[in-house]
Design a protein around this ligand. Structure first.
Ligand SMILES: [Ca+2]
Length: 478
């Protein structure tokens, strides 16, 4: 039965004093003791789609203009070794929502494709206890505005996984009739709750509509704890911006896009990338304005990151992009912000994971983490809050391509096992771009990390350690 408070990953901090800015007490197993008042903090997760490691000014990108997010980084902590659990949307989101590896929850891929498609028989199993459910049980108001991508059948919708409100699309917006690739898709639905309110919504206005919903939600819930999940469909292809941002697009691009008639010019739309990122940045600014307006900025943690590496943007200096086993596929630009609790202007290179968000937020909220199942994520609050000497709780993190284990990182070392049976070893501290395979120079490291991979494979083959995917056939009456 869920609801058992696990102390795993926390007990090691018992007895240590809490860093400056927190109540002067110790982190025993009562999470609420970290708060100066009785109100748990609000949480906002801004989760963009296919944004690369280099696609923010504060991560070195000169092709984008992101003053609001850069300010967020200056006021918070910038994480430079923050990993999502998969280089594609569906499995990455499954990990964020469950704090578990995608294979652990049976969703490393869709039933027909690498991600879920429309009318997929798969979805995140309703038996999973999502982050939203954990927080909701503890009195939080919850909302998702944006792209879900964990199942489009009714039983898999976010409203069935702990979200009070859903406004957005069930999967990527290129899954629509204009995409003339290998599948035929129905019109893209826009949901409000469990109701389809539009078909083929005008994606030019999507970022703006989601932002307006987010600002409205913050205002409506200023007097109670909330969890706002904002998974922007942008900058996933095809790119769209609202008219205010389209103004700065150059005329040759505008002239080409003026010819779109019953089709989407994916190629030309790629050139809207700077404007799309700028509109997302402005959205972040509007959310901070709302937090300040309602005086919630001292009691709200805001997280900004993306679901996987770039399809259009840049992961420089990392090797690989969306879908890749290399760092560019899964190492994401990440910023955590909470004035007075997270030290400002910090850069942290500890190896951390999007799976850690669940147990960390649950702990801060005083919400139970399911104790009847394996949660791979760890409580990283000691690292985020700058506790002296705090280090990553992860000795190792695994990389996947679909349901195939592709690599492992432990400390500065990363071992790949390729489909052809080859092994590549990289020293990420000195070779972040994974250019120099040093496997032959370090057979002991190769052996040690190889054992980690073998152990993980054994675990994934143990039915008691993994959970089944949601399958619509479970819910059909015979
Ligand atoms: Ca994605």
């Amino acid at each position: 039965m869920p609801g058992v408070m696990t102390t795993k990953g926390r007990v090691k901090y018992i007895g240590k004093s809490v860093s400056a800015g927190l109540a002067a007490t110790t982190l025993i197993a009562i999470p609420s003791c970290t708060r100066p008042d009785n109100r748990p903090p609000n949480f906002i997760i801004i989760f963009t789609d296919d944004q690369g490691y280099n696609d923010l000014g504060c991560f070195g990108g000169t092709h984008v203009n992101t003053p609001n997010i850069d300010r967020m980084a200056a006021e918070g902590v910038r994480l430079t070794s923050f990993y999502v659990a998969a280089p594609l949307s569906t499995p990455s989101r499954a990990a964020l929502m469950t704090g578990s590896y995608p294979r652990r929850v049976g969703l490393p891929k869709g039933s027909r494709h690498a991600v879920l498609l429309s009318n997929d028989i798969y979805g995140l199993n309703p038996d999973e206890i999502t982050l939203a459910e954990a927080l909701k049980k503890n009195g939080y108001a919850t909302a998702i505005y944006g792209k879900w991508h964990l199942g489009d059948q009714k039983v898999f919708l976010p409203t069935r996984q702990g979200f009070d409100e859903f406004f957005g699309i069930p999967y990527s917006h290129d899954i629509h009739p204009f995409n003339r690739k290998k599948f035929i898709y129905p019109p893209l639905p826009l949901y409000e709750g469990e109701r389809v309110i539009e078909l083929e919504p005008d994606m030019d206005y999507m970022t703006k509509r989601l932002t307006d919903k987010a600002v409205d939600f913050i205002g409506r819930h200023r007097d109670k704890p909330f969890f706002l999940y904002l998974p922007h469909p942008m900058p996933h292809t095809p790119l769209h911006v609202s008219p205010d941002y389209y103004k700065s697009v150059n005329d040759s691009i505008k002239n080409k896009l003026a010819l779109e008639d019953g089709f989407v010019d994916y190629t030309t739309r790629r050139l809207l990338f700077p404007q799309v990122i700028n509109e997302i940045d402005n959205s972040v600014g509007e959310i901070f304005n709302a937090l300040r307006k309602y005086k919630l900025d001292k009691n709200t943690m805001v997280i900004f990151t993306s679901d996987n590496g770039p399809a259009i943007g840049s992961a420089a200096p990392l090797r690989g992009r969306k879908g890749s086993r290399y760092e560019g596929g899964v190492r994401e630009p990440a910023i955590f912000w909470w004035p007075g609790k997270i030290p400002s202007g910090q850069v942290c290179d500890q190896m951390l994971s999007s799976m850690d968000i669940y147990p960390t937020l649950a702990r801060l909220a005083g919400a139970p983490v399911p104790g009847d199942r394996v949660i791979d994520g760890k409580d990283i609050w000691p690292v985020l809050s700058g506790e002296p000497g705090a280090v990553s709780p992860h000795e190792r993190l695994f990389y996947h391509l679909g349901d195939k284990l592709a690599a492992v990182r432990a400390g500065k070392w990363k071992l790949h096992r390729t489909v052809m049976g080859g092994e590549e070893l990289y020293d990420l501290e000195n070779d972040i771009s994974e250019q120099h395979n040093v496997a032959d120079d370090h057979p002991d490291i190769v052996k040690k990390l190889g054992h980690y991979m073998d152990d993980f494979e054994r675990e994934m083959a143990d039915p008691s350690k993994i959970r089944p995917v949601g399958n619509i056939n479970m819910f059909r009456e015979n």
